[in-house]
Write a protein that binds this ligand. Sequence first.
Ligand code: G6P
Length: 592
Amino acid sequence: MCGIIGYCSKDTKASSVIFQDLKRMEYRGYDSSGIAMMSGGKLLIRKGIGKLDEVNRQYKLDKMPGQVGIGHTRWATHGGVTQPNTHPHTDCSGQIAVIHNGIIDNYQELRKDLIKRGHRFASETDTEVIPHKIEDEMKRGRTLQEAVIAIAPRLHGSYAFLAISTREPGKIVGTRKGSPLVVGLGDHKAFAASDSLALAGQINQLFPLGEGEVAVLSADKAVFYDSTGREIPKKAIKPDAVWSENDKGSYDYFMLKEIMEQPKSLVAAALQDKEIFTAVSLDILRAGQVIVTACGSSRYAALVGRYLFSSVGKKFCEVVMASEFQYFADSVNKNTLVLAISQSGETLDVIEGVELARQEGARIVSIINRPQSLLGELSHNVIYLNCGPEIGVAATKSFLNQLAVFYLLSFSMVHSFDMAVDNIRKVSRQVSKTIEWNGEEIARITEKYHQKNDFYYIARGINFAIASEGALKLKEISYIHAEGMPAGELKHGTLSLIEEGTPVLVICPGDYTYKETLSNAIEAKARGAQIIAVSDVNNEIYDHWIRLPKVHELLYPIVAAVPLQLLAYSMAIKRGHNPDMPRNLAKSVTVK
Ligand code: G6P
């Protein structure tokens, strides 16, 4: 949440570079944005509320003078979405500017103390304490770098922040704890950013910053320090080419591009190291207990994984919502294996759960998409999803690849990894068919139901979590209330909400769940529901049929998830919403 970028250059169009890089991080937050440039020894700040393009239209962020600057795109936590709360924030004199991602937990206490000592605050944010604290330190004669090192231990919580000062106009100083920050170097240019994706194509050396480390950037170099101020050597890694592909191509939205990419990205999910899968599946089988922890769509993928582990590997595991994990910490011990699932690898709830489990001696394996993530650093073993950058806020291809990884893991438990790889490759062709077959039907369904207020999604067994994921997709991007549940649960309460014309989406492939799910659909229909079925088998009770190809019963989740993504997308467009940037949400949730 929140994207930060710093750029030191000899480039006269530096603000336009900062603006473009912020655009690439807009998925991290898009309620307001701003840039501070160092120009002619003075600090120039422009900021405003709205999506980046709107702010730019009004304030011309990309036309600001100067060769050194910092930029921020915000997802509000402390303080509403207002101009004063928009970053960058400054000290009393307007000589120091700071941008920040994370939360300073003790900001109230720090703020009170600073106010008592005469500091004037312009915003309600937690961030603003940082420039004022730096101001204090610089008044005592410290350099910007020394000031940052001095105040960092007094900031509790999580942060990645960048600071500039008119006293040292050619420099940017940054540090991090709990929130991501990378440094990149190109020809006579140095960057710091929340995400290496922002720097794609502009750098040839990448340096992920460790916890508590400090980076001092100038146009030609970056120097690194530990938290005590001692200079440290740092090895560069080569930026990954796959992570440079981050444009929409011919699609109107990233989400549609990412849905359409799924047949290809599934094939990449199957490109895995057999040895790692063997080692992880042994870890799972040997563990006294296995807890899978995740949020949002990643958790729904874990719920499918749970069925696979049970049905193929005969291993029961529990799935715990990451935000609730801490409340189960009492039963975590050294015989526990925690499987953490996260596309971004930086979701704070997941990170905190994993930190807690590590303290209790648990073994940690994570399934991640983004390389160099915080979660990766905390894990004993990591499996990558290989789906490349996912920019749309609602997870699509990462979800499908998570399903594929769970499938591969479960078959590794029974020494059938190679066969499972083959099956994933084959099912990718069935995913293409699902996309080809259903465009018109999805358009008809959208036309007929886009003004409905409530949708219900039902399924059983391994497909139940796909009902929940389908409902989540619809809620997230089209703002229609939707609930997903096991079909058998409908009669225990929710059936009372079904009335004439209520759309009920039934995932009932011709597998072991078919008969009973169909009965539940008939019960709903008898109360007036419109049945939208997702199945390879047609039936006269359906009002609409989203056709699936016939696949093995453990692979239906993969093919059934895709038309539900397309339906949510189509509803969002019909209702006039931008599916890539749903209101109030962000892709990387780095707050609790
Ligand atoms: C946010 C996104 C969801 C995603 C969830 C978990 O809420 O909007 O699409 O599923 O975070 O993200 P993660 O990166 O941990 O998989």
